[in-house]
Design a protein. Sequence first.
Length: 317
Amino acid sequence: MVTQTRETGREVSTEHPTDPASRLAPCGGAVTLDEEVDAAIAWGLRKGGRVVVVTGAGVSAESGIPVYRGENGIWTEGGVESMQMATASFFVEHPRESWEWNLSKRTEIRVAQPNAAHIAIADIGRLLVGRFMLIGQNVDRLHLRAGNRPEETVELHGHLEGMRCRGRCQGVFPIPAALDDWGRTDRLTDAQFALLACPLCGGPSRPHVLWFDEFYDEASYGFATAQRAAAEASLCITAGTSGGVPIAGRLAGIAARAGASLIDVNTADNPLRQLAIRHGGYIEAAATEALPALAAAIGRRLAEGDPEPPDFDGEDA
């Protein structure tokens, strides 16, 4: 399947066995990279700054993990009740019920496998070690399972594999294996609940996720690291995020103001696409189709050395 993103453009296939760059992230189809996207890639690579990829729920959706908003989304399906459960205030009032809900979500996520988009992003990271940063909004850790380097990954909303002390102890600790395969109807016994104590002080712990009524910080969520990476970017790719959570738009805006070229990957129009149109280009396609093509194009550009990029008309933010 070929997805046309503009009236004019050139097709970039990810299936060329003789081209090492094209083998980076194999995909079942090809996607068209138009002139704006090609120019944005060339400009961003040649400028020499960081290449930053910001991902959202749309990337993991193709691994079977529900998105949060929209049709069949977690918050849409569960309504107000689910959104209330994803808050610190609910945890304070009902810690056992909150843990049970988060443990069941962890079980649902653990059966998912990285898809072609996750693998392609990991391939981009391998091509650009030292000048790459992945900023993920998902809590499933599929990016790391696909091969992204932890030191070049910011899990902006935490992850469901970890817990941390509610007191002063520092660090994120693994959730005990005895609580694996937790079901929606399972209920914590006193003995099981005791397993969720902080391993350092024995006090209560909490899931390592950012809840709706909390704020980003550096210590737990790498917020300053993410903003710094965006400010150092010369190419910023947003994928599978509609901008419903303001942080994605904020990071893309920081990159744009720093002079980066932007590329948005999404199946539908959204505010990030409109920003990318002014500063680069967009691909209207599923992440599993678009990101392997982007990885292959970046690989070829790097293999060619430092060619003069096409004209690039990025506007001021």
